[in-house]
Design a protein around this ligand. Structure first.
Ligand code: FES
Ligand SMILES: [Fe+2]
Length: 336
């Protein structure tokens, strides 16, 4: 995004992949937060994210590094590093140790996603990510993997943009083709966590749509954000729920890697892993809708003091205030 005023990446949890796409023994070079990193899974199944460059003579472990047990072996001289970044062994100098290590990044696997903690000051996680209830509900919802896991790729988008949709009740009319703006019903902040509910009439002004064959239906969008890296929108319509998680992970100052993960209520009576009927159509529809947002975000300029209208400022101001905590030098509780 142009004219972005901050020079730090926001603190928080960020998605760096899907569990199903990193098998034991797999090694991958990755770049996040303007740093070269190596991502791997040990033979025991632990995920590790370390600084890419070997502390011996600087080889990139992501290119040719091999998993050996619970370590990664450098392709240059074979030094072995543990998943925690500690030096385990120098194969040609047994018994010798050096006081060196690799920076290690906290990771978790939650609901089929691999996430990593970023804090510009190296502090430990302030919170844990609880995941998404529908992603855990294999009986009631379709599995997110593989059909619900959408790799959007690296885009010129900053993590704040997706979450900033939360207070934007008017954009639904222009970007998503809804006949009316969203109606704010709830705004709840709890530290790093923001939850809202937005009232909506699905199929507004139309006699019949594929989603609302019997005419317009009042529904809700429940949004949840945990920091700026992970935010979920839950579309609730007559007991039919679609849950869509947007994850934006900074690659450099202007670009993020985007993931869109989605599931919905199963078709009545179906235990098929593949969505069908209205469920399949809803998932495709929402994947298309989020792409409309991406097209705006990647070409947008950041406006620090927008000329708000129609009551926009109330929730926008709250959102911007809430979002600032992730850019500051210390958690709010530690600020003086
Ligand atoms: S550079 Fe890695 S072992 Fe020498
Ligand atoms: Fe949107």
């Amino acid at each position: 995004m142009k004219d972005w005023p901050y020079d730090v990446f926001p603190t928080g949890w960020y998605q760096i992949g899907y569990s199903a796409e990193l098998a034991p023994g797999e090694v991958r070079p990755v770049k996040y937060f303007d740093q070269d990193l190596v991502l791997f899974r040990t033979e025991q199944g632990e995920v590790a994210l370390l600084d890419a460059y070997c502390a011996h003579l600087g080889a990139h472990l992501g290119y040719g590094g091999k998993v050996k047990g619970d370590c990664i072996e450098c392709p240059f001289h074979g030094w072995l590093w543990t998943a925690q970044g500690a030096l385990s062994e120098i194969p040609y100098a047994p018994g010798e140790t050096r006081r060196v290590g690799l920076d290690r990044w906290e990771t978790r696997e939650v609901d089929g996603l691999i996430i990593a903690w970023y804090d510009g000051f190296g502090r430990a996680p302030w919170w844990e990510w609880p995941g998404i209830r529908e992603f855990k509900d294999g009986a009631g919802c379709y599995p997110i993997y593989p059909q619900g896991a959408d790799h959007i790729g690296v885009r010129k988008i900053i993590p704040q943009s997706p979450v900033e949709n939360t207070p934007d009740y008017y954009h639904f009319m222009w970007v998503h083709g809804s006949g009316q703006p969203g109606k704010p019903l709830l705004w709840e902040e709890e530290g790093h966590y923001l939850r809202t509910r937005i009232g909506f009439v699905f199929g507004h002004g139309k006699q019949s749509t594929w989603l609302t064959p019997d005419g317009p239906v009042a529904g809700e969008i429940e949004t949840e954000a945990w920091g700026l890296g992970l935010s979920n929108a839950r579309f609730v319509l007559d007991g039919f729920i679609t849950s869509q998680l947007t994850a934006a992970t900074p690659v450099d100052r202007e670009h993020s890697q985007l993931f869109d993960t989605i599931t919905c209520t199963r078709e009545p009576g179906s235990d098929d892993p593949e969505p069908s009927g209205t469920a399949a159509r809803m998932l495709e529809f929402q994947k298309g809708q989020i792409r409309r947002d991406f097209a705006i975000w990647e070409n947008q300029r950041y406006v620090e003091h927008p000329p708000f209208a129609g009551g926009e400022e109330e929730h926008y101001a709250r959102f911007r205030r809430w979002s600032r905590q992730f850019y500051v030098n210390a958690p709010e509780s530690e600020q003086v």
